[in-house]
Ligand binder design. Structure first.
Ligand code: NAP
Length: 290
């Protein structure tokens, strides 16, 4: 890569940030598409996010990604917020605009493209969301957009699941939505479920845990989608596979949320063939062999 006076600089605001695979996505896409862009990890400590965003604008940063723990905290530092990000309540992409940055959520459309790529059908289906945090909120709105018939939001903190279910019932009246406490998962009676795992449980290094351990739950699951991608086979996926379900990890969601951010910054369309090559590069960077 040739860095010169015209190089567009993008970065990831997060903490910690050193293990991020996002630089692999964006620097590879820039190289392959011949765009003079450089993407760097930016470790921002708690309390500094507002200063970091206004500094990035002053220094002419072209675009930014935002990850843990700032997806909600950035709202007050933005000049504009896209409607979808506002509804979801989480921003993961900033696009330079007059006076600062506009915030977008590309996690939701990223998961939509990942489902599309993996052939996962949501329309007319009963879906169980495990979790009610930022990622679960993106997945919940996706279920509404993709016309799930029945959505269970199962969370450790019932109030968060209830709040999300109220919002969804208003936005998608055709979808039946039920909020449940995590320990009440056995109240779900449907079979052939699409279960989307949106909690932190099972994430490296706590790989021996799953949010639900009971094999009776997994007997009802047909498709088990974990948003976690490290490890590439989580305990949640293993438990579901043991009962005959198909299991997926969250690396394709990460790929497509990155691709959509790249498309927003550069006003380009990334061809599917290049998306798949980028996916191979990500797997290489993470040491995933499958
Ligand atoms: P978050 O907003 O902090 O939400 C965390 C969720 O996990 C909440 O529902 C929380 O329940 C639940 N939880 C945490 N610890 C728990 C425990 N010990 N027992 C039961 N539930 C527990 O986090 P997030 O941003 O939504 O991220 C969630 C996961 O999605 C992370 O693993 C992240 O890596 C993954 N993710 C993946 C992608 C991707 O591109 N593949 C994108 C975004 C996120 P309470 O509400 O009760 O606290």
């Amino acid at each position: 890569m040739k860095i010169n006076g015209a190089t567009k600089v993008c970065g990831l605001l997060a903490y910690p940030v050193e293990h991020s695979v996002s630089p692999t996505i964006h620097n590879y896409l820039a190289k392959k598409l011949g765009i003079n862009l450089c993407y760097v990890p930016l470790p921002v400590k708690d309390g500094d996010i507002q200063t970091a965003i206004s500094g990035a604008h002053s220094m002419g940063f072209f675009g930014m990604n935002v990850s843990v723990p700032y997806k909600e905290k950035v709202f007050s530092s933005l000049s504009e917020i896209d409607e979808l990000a506002q509804k979801i309540g989480a921003v993961n992409t900033l696009v330079s605009c007059t006076g600062g940055f506009k915030g977008y959520n590309t996690d939701m459309p990223g998961l939509m493209r990942a489902f599309d790529s993996d052939g996962i059908v949501v329309e007319g289906r009963a879906v169980v969301l495990l979790g009610a945090g930022g990622a679960a909120r993106a997945a919940a709105y996706l279920c509404g957009e993709m016309k799930a018939s029945n959505l269970y939001i199962v969370n450790r903190t019932l109030e968060k699941a209830e709040q999300l279910s109220l919002e969804l019932m208003k936005e998608y009246p055709q979808m039946k939505v039920t909020a449940l406490l995590l320990k009440d998962y056995d109240k779900i009676k449907e079979n052939n479920l699409l279960a989307i795992q949106c909690t932190n449980i099972g994430l490296y290094p706590d790989m021996e845990k799953a949010v639900i351990e009971d094999e009776g739950f997994y007997q009802k699951v047909e498709t088990a989608y974990d948003l976690i991608f490290n490890p590439s086979e989580t305990k949640f996926m293993k438990l579901a596979k043991n009962q005959g379900a198909t299991g997926y990890h969250g690396l394709k969601m990460l790929l497509y949320q990155g691709i959509i951010a790249f498309e927003l910054w550069n006003q380009v369309s990334v061809p599917e063939k290049l998306a798949m090559k980028t996916y191979e590069k990500m797997k290489e960077a993470l040491g995933i062999d499958e």
